[in-house]
Write a protein that binds this ligand. Sequence first.
Ligand SMILES: C[S@@+](CC[C@H](N)C(=O)[O-])C[C@H]1O[C@@H](n2cnc3c(N)ncnc32)[C@H](O)[C@@H]1O
Length: 250
Amino acid sequence: MMPRIVAAETLDSLDENDPAAIRSRRDLQRIHRFMGTRGILVRALQGAVAASQGPKPLRILELGAGDGSLMLAVAGMLASHWPPVDITLLDRQNLVTRQTLDGYARLGWTARPQVNDVFDWAGVQPRHGSDAVQPWDVIVASLFLHHFEAPLLGALLAAIESRTRCFFACEPRRASLALAGSHLVGAIGANAVTREDAVLSVHAGFRDQELGALWPGLRSGWTTRDYAAGLFSHCFLARRRVPANAGSLP
Ligand SMILES: C[S@@+](CC[C@H](N)C(=O)[O-])C[C@H]1O[C@@H](n2cnc3c(N)ncnc32)[C@H](O)[C@@H]1O
């Protein structure tokens, strides 16, 4: 049994323009291909959005979006058979390029970067913020929740729960196969930052029903599911049982 250990990752402490950080973010795109993250997200979002029947265009918020390239790849697979999407890419670093925004636009999605710490976003009272006026149809996170210890994570999940009708997260699975894989990322050319962070990420990852156990109170209004996906990922999907009307969350 691996205990969950959260440790600061090197990439988070590097300036966004540091060459090692730029390289590590590129490594991450390759790692996503090995993890099959795009397909995992596409499958989850297809099911979730069919069930949410939210207002159109769909409003999606990605937390810890990085450079926005992962969701751009997801958009590439969904755009042709989905309604138009307004997506907000929240990250505390300013990483989304003009080229990436143009990529979304070509697919008919409107993408907006939001440079913000997630806990500043979480601290804004939803009843007085734009999130409350129009709740998000979907909030999504990838390789993000594992950065936080349980108490902070619980607070973050509470903020998410109050602002959306659907939440999906794809995180590292805390398991021996994923740990072995994380020690091998050098084989795909990952730099020292990525090699170290990959191992830390698995130790901070999730398993079993850990995210569902942290999902806040009001469970009667939600269905939740923790599940393993692919070889290395742990996913969490939470959906409101009865979609809230736009403008008022129960
Ligand atoms: C491992 S990267 C994942 C990026 C992207 N979601 C993906 O899967 O490719 C984690 C991202 O979370 C961001 N991040 C970490 N802590 C944050 C915080 N407190 N608020 C907002 N973003 C944060 C980092 O800047 C980084 O871009």
